[in-house]
Design a protein around this ligand. Sequence first.
Ligand SMILES: CC(C)(COP(=O)(O)OP(=O)(O)OC[C@H]1O[C@@H](n2cnc3c(N)ncnc32)[C@H](O)[C@@H]1OP(=O)(O)O)[C@@H](O)C(=O)NCCC(=O)NCCS
Length: 167
Amino acid sequence: MPYFFETKRLILRTMQAEDVEDITLIWGDAQVMKYSGGSSTKEQVSRSIESYQRLYEEKGYSTYTVLLKENSRIIGVCGFNPSNNENEIELIYHFNPNYWGKGYATEAASACVKDVKDRKPAIKKIKAAVDPNNPSSSKVLSKIGMTAKGTKWFDDTQQEELYYELE
Ligand SMILES: CC(C)(COP(=O)(O)OP(=O)(O)OC[C@H]1O[C@@H](n2cnc3c(N)ncnc32)[C@H](O)[C@@H]1OP(=O)(O)O)[C@@H](O)C(=O)NCCC(=O)NCCS
């Protein structure tokens, strides 16, 4: 039985193997992944789904599949990656471009933060990094109450990024 939670318009649930086609429309899209280290193949997406399933089983948080309540369509992914510090996690979100600009990322990210704070009080810090050329993502973080702390070098993207925290 997948773990799930809801918002007004969205359902967020643990990733399932059969999500692979829809998630490849997101993680396989060069435009969507331009600021997140580039796109993935379907095989890589399939492995990521398995690793996010394990992450939920081991830690009780994950990156989730985001579905529209009205028609059950998969429109995005949103949730958390672990970090080197057990008490700190990184917020990420990627949406299918057909569904940008409708407030879905903000609604999903805000629900993920609330869910993890309610269920995992040991998590002390939620972090996020944004490419300076990706203002719509910065807006999402500001709207959910995260604070810009300056810039930091990131090895995965090989550049300075804006760095946000929620404590
Ligand atoms: C970033 C992303 C998740 C935003 O999703 P979304 O559902 O469109 O976000 P929302 O609608 O909740 O909010 C976006 C905000 O940015 C604004 N915005 C959109 N494009 C913008 C742009 N080019 N410049 C400035 N603001 C922009 C929107 O108007 C909205 O602000 P508002 O509520 O004040 O009107 C989506 O664009 C995406 O998937 N991008 C690719 C993946 C990515 O970059 N993820 C973040 C890195 S981890």
